[in-house]
Design a protein around this ligand. Structure first.
Ligand code: SF4
Length: 367
């Protein structure tokens, strides 16, 4: 068992087993991990002093060895039209990331980030335009949930790993954070309410299928044709659809869950009749549902090349597209355009705030 050796241990980044092991190394009983999890994920305490059943002597040791401080809320932007709340959070080294709380009819979903920026450069994505800085630690991933749920007690019912970054390119920390979330009883978050969204890293989809976390999987499809998908999702050149789809089928079999295909709709690009036919064929091969996503313009970020040419499919065509697929008993949802008035495209607000100089991105640094 190892934890990353740092000046202080980030307790929020430890699984229960790792926390128990830490307590053993300081000659304490393993059950202290259950107590800490309770204080952290049920009561959302911010200091060791508030952990009433932890002896003072142990509180002092924890204060020296460990830290609870990971992220800080820089600002919160609420949409007046939809109730969506976007959180800009800063890391200890001054990077900015985003988490978004999205209320829907009977659920409230938290969308969290796994990287500062993203290396994959999808042409419709504000985070892609921003470039990549570094992976988030498991504690930084968990702290997004922790901070937003403290600010909205009892509200979060679902989590999607769909914010800044490609979760499966930060596999170790993503996987660990999933373990922590599913272990933290009283978060009300069963594995069925947690979804990891990926553009498709085949071997990592398989690895996640074989791990015990068994959360739901969403795949950013956007086109059933490699030649089109590669234009807007450049990593498709490395991992074309025929390398990804069998792994998604494997994931679905192994976890007994449906794959969600995410499909952002672009006018005269992927909203044609032949796209409907291709989706029918794909969805008949794999237990799945389809999310049609109206495109949120990223024009204000001065996109270049392909990004500049992308236009949103008119809403009427999205409805017609959905209806034609539904006629074949396929499950098709149209996602609301959430929070246009607060720059809802992922990464957009963090980028804008960084550009205003509130914290600095380093576009070249890697970790
Ligand atoms: S869509 Fe996802 S994978 Fe693609 S650039 Fe944006 S954050 Fe990265």
């Amino acid at each position: 068992m190892t934890y990353e050796l740092k000046k202080q241990i980030e307790l929020k980044g430890l699984t229960k087993e790792e926390m128990g092991h830490y307590f053993e190394t300081i000659y304490e009983k393993k059950f202290r991990a259950d107590q800490l999890y309770h204080w952290l994920y049920t009561h959302h305490v911010t200091s060791f002093e508030e952990m009433l059943n932890i002896p003072k002597r142990l509180q002092k040791i924890l204060e020296t060895d460990c830290t609870l401080e990971v992220l800080k809320i820089e600002s919160v932007h609420s949409s007046e039209t939809t109730g969506t709340k976007k959180y800009i959070l800063s890391t200890q080294d001054g990077k900015l990331i985003e988490s978004v709380l999205i209320p829907d009819d009977n659920r409230t979903t938290l969308c969290i980030s796994t990287q500062v920026g993203c290396p994959l450069d999808c042409k419709f994505c504000a985070t892609g335009v921003m470039g990549y800085t570094r992976n988030l630690t498991s504690a930084e991933i968990i702290d997004q949930y922790y901070l937003v749920s403290r600010d909205n007690p009892g509200k979060i019912t679902n989590i999607v790993y769909m914010g800044m970054g490609e979760p499966l390119l930060n596999f170790k920390n993503t996987h660990k954070s999933l373990k922590i979330l599913t272990e933290a009883q009283n978060t009300r978050l069963s594995r069925h309410r947690i979804t990891v969204s990926t553009v498709g890293i085949p071997e990592k989809i398989k690895e996640l299928a074989e791990s015990w976390v068994r959360v739901r999987m969403a795949f950013s499809l956007h086109s059933c044709f490699n030649e089109l998908r590669s234009i807007i999702v450049p990593i498709n050149d490395k991992y074309p659809l025929e390398t990804i789809i069998p792994n998604l089928r494997y994931y679905s079999d192994k976890t007994r869950s449906r794959i969600t295909f995410e499909y952002t709709m672009f006018k005269n690009f992927n909203d044609r009749d032949e796209d409907i036919e291709a989706l029918k064929k794909l969805m008949s091969q794999i237990p799945s549902k389809l999310n049609l996503i109206p495109f949120n313009s990223i024009d204000h970020m001065n996109p270049k090349g392909v990004s500049k040419k992308l236009q949103a499919t008119p809403y009427g065509r999205i409805m017609e597209f959905a209806d034609r697929l539904r006629q074949h008993d396929l499950t098709v949802l149209i996602r609301d355009t959430q929070g246009d008035d607060i720059s809802a495209a992922c990464g957009q607000l963090a980028y804008e705030q960084a550009a205003k100089g509130r914290a600095s991105f380093n576009f070249d640094e890697e970790s």
